[in-house]
Ligand binder design. Sequence first.
Ligand code: AGP
Length: 616
Amino acid sequence: MCGIIGYIGNRTAVPILLDGLRRLEYRGYDSAGVATLADGKLEVRKRTGRIANLAELIQQSPPAGTVGISHTRWATHGGVTDANAHPHTDQSGKLVLCHNGVIENYATLRDQLTREGHTFHSQTDTEVLAHLIGKHFDTAGGEPTRARLVEAVRNALKQCVGTYGILVLHRDVPDAIVGARRGSPLVLGLGKGENFFASDVSAIVAHTREAIYLKDYDIAALGRDEFEITSLLGGASGFEVSKVEFTEEDVSKGDFAHYMLKEIYEQPHTIQDALRGRLSREEATAKLGGLDMTPNELRAIDRIILTGCGTACHAALCGEYIIEALAHVPVEVEYASEFRYRNLPLPKDTLVFVISQSGETADTLAALRESQRKGLRTLGICNNVGSTIARESDGGVYMHAGVEIGVAATKSFTSQVTILALIGLLLGRIRHLSTSEGLRIIDELEALPGKVERILALDSHIAAIAKKYAHSQAMMFLGRQFNYPVALEGALKMKEISYIHASGHPSAELKHGVIALITADLPTVVVAPEDSVLEKNISNIEEVKARKGPIIAIGTEGCTKLEKISDAFIPIPACSDYLAPVLTAIPLQLLAYHTALHLGCDVDKPRNLAKSVTVE
Ligand code: AGP
């Protein structure tokens, strides 16, 4: 869940590597480092903390060279120290390596190499891999060529168990960087007289929009004007050059103070983009060509599994309520990390959707492969074009939400819920939904962007509420039906960026234990738009009020009954029950954002987190 980037060309490598690391920093920010090669000399600079720390170190003595590799770390093995920062060198000191992933059998390999006289300076699995490749290179003999380095990488990786995206540079092979992947993403960027490696294209889009998404077991040797991709098992490996859809501007903050705020404000457009070209008024239904299923195949589906991690799993929970309401097909939601190890009896007409913004989350990818192993049609709902989940699923729906850089997912959540509503409409229309019902749902969907604009206009009102309760030790989030998953999502947002211990619950669970936590110092956020369970939510609010708990309510404009009994009220435009989660989530995103801002937290790079969890 680290970020790696490599450059080989005719320009000075370090500024390009530093700029790329800054764009990858959302993938991990415990430490960072670069290694360059010039005149037969390797130079390594690494330091704990943000890229800014590394840039400061580099300023003191800038390493030379037009070829280099670099890394920003999310610590898995070994504490956050300079010694554990990447790149790591081998025993000879002539080879350097950066790694994103986990080598599970590193301890065995380490003991074996130690017995052979190797000395290690860090606690990382990565240093062991560097030594192993170095050993194979040194024992191979002959001229120090690119082919010899590729062979050394291949032989070493064959001894490894685990996941990796790696970049390798050897002092004696100055005309190449070797990269390889299994389980962790790695992209090759094609330039003119220069080439790039990166964990994701946002790090290199400023230089090229020609990308090759490497597949698992690919090993790529990259020169200034040429490259070669082979497979770990030997022999050439096929590839496709893709055009990167987004621009450098799309990955910049623009005038916003934080990526998270920019992405919250992008939601009227991203919801529009999730709907674009997917609504047919003529047939009063949704058009989702990417599912690649005939109406008969869709009609034969008698069970749906939705799976993902974190926010994606909360979107799946909203999808459960929405699809059951619109299509009357039984839906189950599974955390991908549980689904991949469960032995769930899955009848053959079960359709599985894996949901992932990044398309690289390890547990969700494993859930996809487990479901396919069981012979089930497994579709993806992804944002990242070219991501592993998008490429390996049997079809699916792209979210078109644009790059999401803020670690806290925002626009991806509302985009996923909108797409799940489209799936509900599609399946409902080939079952029991009438044309007029279909058209009403289309009206509701098309009205969403405008309604989101109106909620964003409440930003300063929500900021004031956030300020009032920012110093709470804990917070509670409640919701019922379609909005119970929104309560979970609101609590997750608050936890991950303000570090306030927040929990989400179905409102009715209050009386079964949760109410014991209620005090005058614990604010309870209740997601209670005007729907079939509003009165039930109001009774729960009364129970909290009876114990002096302050209430922040998200309710429908004009709902005076709710406003009266709340200490703070955030009105949202009226909408159908099943689409309410797209609207009710946004005040919770802003509440968490302004709370974190008020507490001086790093909103875009919250502690201990990273944007894409590519390790198990
Ligand atoms: C949400 O704010 C978090 N960043 C995290 O829970 C995230 O939703 C989860 O890791 C899943 O990521 P994905 O959608 O990229 O698979």
